[in-house]
Design a protein around this ligand. Structure first.
Ligand code: SF4
Ligand code: SF4
Length: 449
């Protein structure tokens, strides 16, 4: 159960990073000293203070319920993993700078100034031990949106150059090359040509006009290219007018995960502009969790007005076509359990869609003990899967997931997120588990009538 998998999930096609490198901070501006870092973090935190954040900061009644919702606390019982505690530096800055009694806190030094040491220590809590799964937010009786606050805290940490180095590296690569795993437009074109040739299937790229713009996760492009073939098979089967575009194909958003608001915006705008350029009425997001949150729920804010097209997660697109009878499927004849990607189900609201698809596949659906929008996270979201030093903690969280799956006794394990899939694949190899995660999209493509 404890043997370590040699290949990290993001090492396959990503730049090779040294494992457990002790570096804890990235000197993003080259010459920042510690005092400047603290100032940069404080400015970053303060920029996000609003009436809503103030209400959240004041509302905590210290009931501790969020702790029981967090897989990192539940599997370690370490109080430092209590979700609201992860925000302590953020709260400290709020109390001294923006709270109603800020002058009292400052005058009597009731909450000391945040130090560089504290911020470095907090890096693990803000990044390594938060998958941004939203379970704590959901459980908090005071309605405190803890996960949004963690997202805001990441903005300040980014400003100070305190992003874990692997997450920083993939975020930089995404901004510079357009893809965190090196799936540049050239690589995409080569892959598409290869897949189209190998599978004798049409995969349109860069059409000037199409009803549907399809986007991908770089994990699919580099690690699960069979997903692209599945997608093409289904869309061609439907006779859809669709295209991929080399100016807006990458749906993952490492700007959002690392805490760089501008990079988050850049990634989203590429897809938005590509959809507008080809006149798409629908933009389909891939089997990726955080991509859904970034564009479906934050895209209009980035764009500054309502998006002129509809945004659907691929599971929603499939469900729509299963419901209206355009996709008919051969019965799978097996029992299946479904792992809900946190960002699609709990945080995104698309919980029913995959179940309707599974119903179309005629499966016996065996729900996990805690499922749907109260599912347990796989442990790899929020950029955690990129951070090597978090592996041990991530594997602990994954044990909850394995127990859940085993409890169902289902023959097939499926999900609809490539990041969850690679976290499961890595967990399977680490624990020598006999369950392999299946993609919902690929199950549909393989059973089209
Ligand atoms: S968002 Fe998820 S991982 Fe992060 S603190 Fe909350 S429950 Fe824990
Ligand atoms: S559940 Fe909400 S109110 Fe209770 S400790 Fe956590 S953040 Fe505070």
């Amino acid at each position: 159960m404890t043997e370590v998998n040699e290949k990290h999930p993001l090492e396959l096609d990503a730049p090779r990073f040294s494992v457990r490198k002790p570096q804890t901070r990235i000197d993003k501006q080259g010459t920042l000293d510690d005092r400047q870092r603290v100032r940069a973090a404080l400015a970053g935190f303060a920029r996000d203070f609003s009436r809503l954040t103030a209400a959240y900061m004041e509302a905590c009644v210290h009931c501790g319920q969020c702790a029981e919702a967090c897989h990192f606390y539940v599997t370690t019982r370490d109080p430092k993993y209590t979700p609201i505690w992860k925000l302590e530096p953020f709260k400290q800055v709020y109390s001294r700078q923006a709270g109603p009694f800020a002058w009292v806190f400052r005058t009597f030094n009731l909450k000391p100034d945040v130090t560089i040491g504290e911020l470095e220590e907090w890096q693990e809590l803000i990044y390594d031990s938060c998958t941004m799964c939203g379970r704590c937010t959901q459980i908090c009786p005071m309605g405190i949106d803890i996960v949004s606050l963690i997202g805001m805290a990441r903005h300040g940490m980014f400003e100070a150059g305190l992003v874990p180095h692997e997450l920083w590296a993939v975020a930089v690569r995404a901004e510079r090359e357009g893809s965190p795993l090196g799936a540049t437009p050239k690589v995409l074109k080569e892959r598409i040509e290869w897949l189209a040739d190998e599978h004798e299937i049409e995969i349109p790229l860069d059409l000037a006009s199409a009803e549907i713009l399809v986007t991908l996760s770089s994990i699919e492009i580099m690690k699960y290219p069979q997903s692209i073939v599945a997608l093409a098979k289904i869309l061609n089967h439907l006779g859809a007018s669709w295209t991929l575009r080399s100016d807006g194909y990458e749906a993952t958003n490492f700007g959002m995960l690392s805490g760089n608001v501008q990079w988050q915006r850049d990634s989203s705008l590429k897809m938005i502009q590509a959809a507008i350029a080809c006149g798409a009425k629908t933009l389909i997001l891939p089997e990726c969790g955080h991509a859904y949150g970034a564009l479906r729920w934050q895209g209009a804010n980035v764009y500054g007005k309502p998006l002129p097209f509809c945004v659907l997660h691929i599971s929603e697109f499939l469900a729509e076509n299963v419901r209206n009878g355009k996709i008919r499927l051969r019965p799978l004849g097996k029992s299946v359990t479904f792992h809900d990607p946190c960002q699609v189900s709990r945080c995104g609201g698309a919980t029913r869609a995959p179940r309707d698809v599974l119903s179309g596949l005629g499966v016996e659906l065996r729900e996990m003990p805690s499922t749907g929008d109260v599912n347990w996270c796989c442990g790899g979201g929020g950029g955690v899967v990129t951070i090597h030093r978090a592996d041990e903690l991530r594997y602990k969280a994954f044990e909850i997931k394995m127990r859940q799956v085993e409890d169902t006794g289902a023959e097939v394990l499926a999900s609809s997120c490539a990041n969850c899939r690679q976290t499961f694949d890595d967990g399977q190899a680490h624990f020598k588990w006999d369950k392999t995660m299946q993609s919902l999209l690929e199950l549909v493509a393989g059973n089209l009538v």
